[in-house]
Design a protein around this ligand. Structure first.
Ligand SMILES: [Zn+2]
Ligand SMILES: [Zn+2]
Length: 158
């Protein structure tokens, strides 16, 4: 049910430029740099984290926001909401596949899962006239490690 942390992402700058072109977005410097940052990450990043990783090439934060909104609209990235008020973004693979996560309520550890709402759910919205449909779905739970810890603590003599 879970995927390897190091699943294949596109790291070649030329391929990133090609993906931009295929998505129908203009190949601008900020877009390329935001994509490059995302291509080198295994974990979803917030716009602030992306901005701080852009280094000297950094554009302003608002531009990063705009790039991410465009990428989400064309299916290049998946947006994640982990419950701390910060949206985080992750590059989808070449075929547009993305991941969803289970987040531990105690230690905040995130694990990727191979699940996605069935296609017909989005199809239903399309039939009702909605377009540019995307979704965000995360699971929240107590991880096995934290559960063990809790059990040990409750078993400890008072
Ligand atoms: Zn945990
Ligand atoms: Zn999904």
């Amino acid at each position: 049910m879970t995927t390897e942390a190091g699943h294949s992402k596109q790291r070649d700058p030329q391929d990133l430029a090609q993906r931009l072109r295929h998505s129908g977005l203009r190949n601008t410097r900020p877009r390329r740099y935001v994509l490059e940052v995302l291509a080198h990450e295994e974990q979803p990043l917030s716009s602030r984290e992306i901005h701080s990783r852009m280094g000297e090439q950094a554009c302003d934060l608002v531009t990063v926001y705009r790039c991410l909104a465009d990428f989400e609209r064309v299916g290049l990235v998946q947006r994640h909401e982990f419950g701390d008020g910060n949206a985080r973004y992750e590059l989808n693979d070449q075929s547009g596949h993305h991941r969803h996560y289970v987040v531990c309520r105690i230690c905040q550890r995130k694990e990727a899962m191979d699940v996605c709402p069935p296609h017909w759910l989005e199809e239903k919205l399309r039939v009702r006239g909605y377009s540019d449909i995307s979704h965000s779905m995360e699971f929240f739970a107590v991880c096995p490690h934290c559960r063990l810890q809790e059990e040990r603590e409750s078993a400890r003599p008072q």
